[in-house]
Design a protein around this ligand. Structure first.
Ligand code: AMP
Length: 190
């Protein structure tokens, strides 16, 4: 089973992905983590993308497309991927469909964590004190939320056309969200 976990910054995608990975034996593919690794390891790509990430904008569809192809093409992960933070644009969603088709796979569920801007701001400021991410200031958090509304929200309408979307209340407690997601995945597995 391949899952997309979707939602604004601070929605809890990473937290919930880690829970799903452990419970259902999946692999987390977080494009944000992959990109931050490039910056941390001071690669050529890292130096190209750091200012984009730190300003709250999206890196190009080509760059993230290359990163995910490396993962999707690896047969060790076949049909066991949770896409965390990808796709974030309509073009990425279409590219992902084509890529999965190429490797004889598909998306089974899109989990949408819905949270308000107020909650996003609160959570990101909390995370700032722990993870010290350069893009977690309040101003950049607001920018990232706007980027989400403008570029990423249309992706949900795209997946709704194929009836793949399950909306989860991302404002609930972490454990409640865990159980709701487990229920959805269990039902899907049948
Ligand atoms: P995240 O850790 O998912 O919040 O991502 C952090 C930042 O990495 C985003 O604000 C973007 O700048 C960049 N990023 C992560 N995933 C993508 C993606 N699928 N497309 C474009 N940019 C991305």
């Amino acid at each position: 089973m391949n899952i997309v976990i979707f939602g604004p910054p601070g929605a809890g995608k990473g937290t919930q992905s880690k829970f799903i990975v452990n419970k259902f034996n999946l692999y987390q593919l977080s494009t944000g983590d992959l990109l931050r690794n490039e910056i941390k390891n001071k690669t050529k790509l890292g130096s190209e993308i750091s200012s984009i990430i730190n300003s709250g904008e999206l890196v190009s569809d080509e760059i993230v497309g290359d990163l995910i192809e490396k993962f999707v093409s690896n047969s060790n992960y076949k049909n066991q991927i949770i896409f965390d933070g990808y796709p974030r644009t309509l073009i990425q969603a279409k590219n992902l469909d084509d890529l999965l088709k190429k490797y004889k796979q598909k998306i089974d569920i899109v989990l949408k964590l819905s949270v308000s801007l107020e909650t996003v701001k609160k959570r990101i400021l909390e995370r700032q004190t722990q993870e010290k991410r350069a893009d977690d200031s309040e101003a950049i958090a607001i920018k990232r939320y706007k980027t989400y509304e403008n570029s990423s929200e249309p992706v949900i309408d795209y997946y709704k056309q194929s009836n793949l979307v399950k909306v989860v209340n991302g404002e609930a407690a972490i454990s409640e969200i865990n159980s709701e997601i487990s229920g959805i995945i269990d039902a899907m597995k049948g």
